[in-house]
Design a protein around this ligand. Structure first.
Ligand SMILES: [Zn+2]
Length: 302
């Protein structure tokens, strides 16, 4: 559960019965019954699947504070704060919708939502040896254009190529821009708005601001803006595509990173995703010093 730092998570492909079978395979002489195994397992700080990261920390805190509040005045104060927080989240959604309409009506205006999918492990086989070995992490960054017909772009790579931090996010956006656009002849204009959550390690950082400045100096755009959804309430259009991919992933056998790319390519037959395989060289040559950083500038996720 969120906030429980001591809890550890096992692969979402496992369950208690499968664990028990694996235990019996390894310990052939053990006479422990399933219920004994289950009781002991429940005493451990172990869970299946991923930690819940999509709940909102602020909403959780409001709920806890409200339950503990003793006076009416205290309760009213918390209610006002919570209301304000929800209005902010709603405003971000309204903005996303109106910008989408703006992009629909104007050919030279582009709005994208950017998000990273949860890690996909290979191989995803279910025989016992796989669970005792370290698996390879595969990453996918979705770049979905809103208000246009183009299918979503999925930038895929694995941990042997790069991590998944600010360099990687900015590099994927740069590659997407170079694939889709050519530099503008003057005096034409082209605008870009980037929507994402406010995660500092990935989307909300100095490197991203430098990238935006670079896109203008390279002549791809004349104006670039970045807008954030309220963390924990940021259901972006990318999430819908991720749900489609996850559905497919659950019924696919993935041995290698190539299988992940193929699975994504086939996940939505009616309007296939565009898969962009990121290579080592795509993650280089990305300066973070195009702009002069103002003294004392702090970038936070709050
Ligand atoms: Zn919230």
């Amino acid at each position: 559960m969120k906030g429980d730092v001591h809890r550890e998570y096992l692969s979402p492909d496992l369950n208690l019965l499968r664990m028990y079978r694996l235990y019996k395979e390894k310990n052939t002489t053990s006479s422990a019954k399933f219920w004994v195994y289950r009781d002991i397992f429940k005493q451990q700080s172990l869970n299946f699947g991923q930690p819940r990261s999509d709940t909102c920390g602020k909403c959780d805190a409001f709920f806890t504070k409200m339950s503990a509040a003793t006076s009416e005045e205290e309760k009213r104060k918390i209610a006002v704060e919570s209301e304000l927080h929800h209005r902010k989240a709603e405003k971000a959604y309204t903005q996303l919708q109106s910008d989408t309409e703006w992009a629909k009506a104007n050919a030279d205006c582009h709005v994208i939502s950017v998000d990273l999918q949860g890690v996909m492990y290979t191989p995803n086989l279910t025989h016992s040896n796989v669970y005792y070995q370290r698996q390879l992490s595969n990453f996918n960054l979705c770049l979905q254009e809103l208000g246009k017909e183009d299918p979503a772009y999925m930038c895929v790579w694995h941990e042997g190529i790069a991590h998944r931090g600010s360099i990687e996010v900015a590099s994927c956006i740069l590659k997407w821009v170079k694939t889709k656009f050519t530099p503008l002849p003057k005096p034409e204009v082209r605008k870009l708005i980037i929507f994402s959550d406010r995660c500092c390690g990935q989307n909300n950082n100095w490197r991203m601001l430098n990238l935006m400045s670079m896109l203008i100096s390279m002549g791809y755009f004349t104006q670039v803006e970045q807008k954030f959804m309220v963390s924990g309430h940021s259901f972006l259009p990318c999430d819908r595509s991720f749900a489609t991919i996850e559905k497919r992933r659950k019924v696919s056998v993935l041995h290698t990173p190539d299988d992940v790319s193929k699975m994504i390519l086939e996940a939505q037959p009616a309007k296939p995703f565009k898969v962009m395989r990121m290579q080592c060289e795509d993650f280089r040559h990305l300066p973070d010093s195009v702009l002069k950083r103002p003294a004392g500038l702090q970038i936070t996720s709050k």
